[in-house]
Design a protein around this ligand. Sequence first.
Ligand code: NAD
Ligand code: IPM
Ligand code: MN
Length: 357
Amino acid sequence: MSQFKITVLPGDGIGVEVTREAVGCLETVAKTFGHEFTFESHLMGGAALDAKGVPLPDETLAACLASDGVLLGAVGGPQYDNNPPKLKPETGLLALRAGLGVFANLRPAFLHEPLIDASPLKAEVVRGTDMLIVRELMGGAYFGQPREVTEDRGLNSMVYTAPEVERIARVAFEAARLRRKKLHSIDKANVLEVSQLWRKVVNRVAQDYPDVQLEHGYVDSCAMALVTRPTAYDVIVTENLFGDILSDEAAVLTGSLGMLPSASIGGKVGLYEPVHGSAPDIAGKGIANPLGAIASAALLLRYTCKLEEEAKTLENAISEILTEGYGTPDLKSQPKQVSTFEIGEAIRSKIVKAKAA
Ligand code: NAD
Ligand code: IPM
Ligand code: MN
């Protein structure tokens, strides 16, 4: 029996709805496989702003640091959009990532065969899409100084140091080694100095990985290639802002933004969250796709708990319910349209059956 203490940060909007299902799935995994997981929920994002006046209360960060892993829903909402930077839910999320020291954000985009008609691309173009985006998460324009906004001028700084590039490059090369051994490093080195450093450092690290085939590409051309030949990609490594943009694009190729999970690692405690946001347009309706959040829980089992069999069981359960035709309304091609909760229930019953088999 393994024991794990998991901090849950539901956040805002559909974050609350999808996290509930992900926690439910982890509870079923624990019960079925004989582990003890304890869950403690804390305020984060807009919910924390409303209750405590800050987007990341000290006690929330302290609880995360005192736990084995953190499961987050999503933060944000239109009511906070005009807040000053310090009082934005998103600022709390950046502070959480920095506070945990999670510099490597793994975003696997895998197209489940039953969702081929839910993808906006033609079946023959998208079939076989299976890539991992390794997004740098603690640098670039998100954190670079100086930064400010005045009445008539806004300023951000895209900054990377060689050690920051080196550590994310190593994560990507290691990941490529465990996959199809192809790595695309995506930058804008034809224009940006910061990308010129990025490319130089990635080339240097590549010497330690002669078994991995490295290609450099520009971010504009990568955005195009993702929709023309997505199967050309195995692992993509890129900086923070490019990774944010490319991963939403990659996500929707797999049927819906709601499908994509993520694991943020490399720090003191792993942070697991779906790639999507709080989706104010569908919040409270019980129709959000919880599969990205549930797949993030599987990544928690894999990376934090080192429970590979349990992680695989949960991932297989996702595949099985998709094959049986279940889906939320964002997955239009699925014949059995159900609610967020019903997806969670279907997966939980698969976990129990898989273990009994
Ligand atoms: P979003 O990801 O919330 O939504 C984009 C579109 O995708 C919407 O139409 C939404 O309904 C749909 N969608 C997203 N997730 C879905 C799911 N699980 N199931 C079904 N449909 C889903 O992006 P947005 O609208 O640009 O942002 C809304 C808020 O969320 C903003 O405040 C933004 O800053 C925040 N945000 C937070 C995170 C995070 O917490 N990690 C990530 C992205 C955006
Ligand atoms: C994501 C989100 C966040 C980001 C925002 C909400 C700060 O878009 O996790 O992809 O830009 O990193
Ligand atoms: Mn994003």
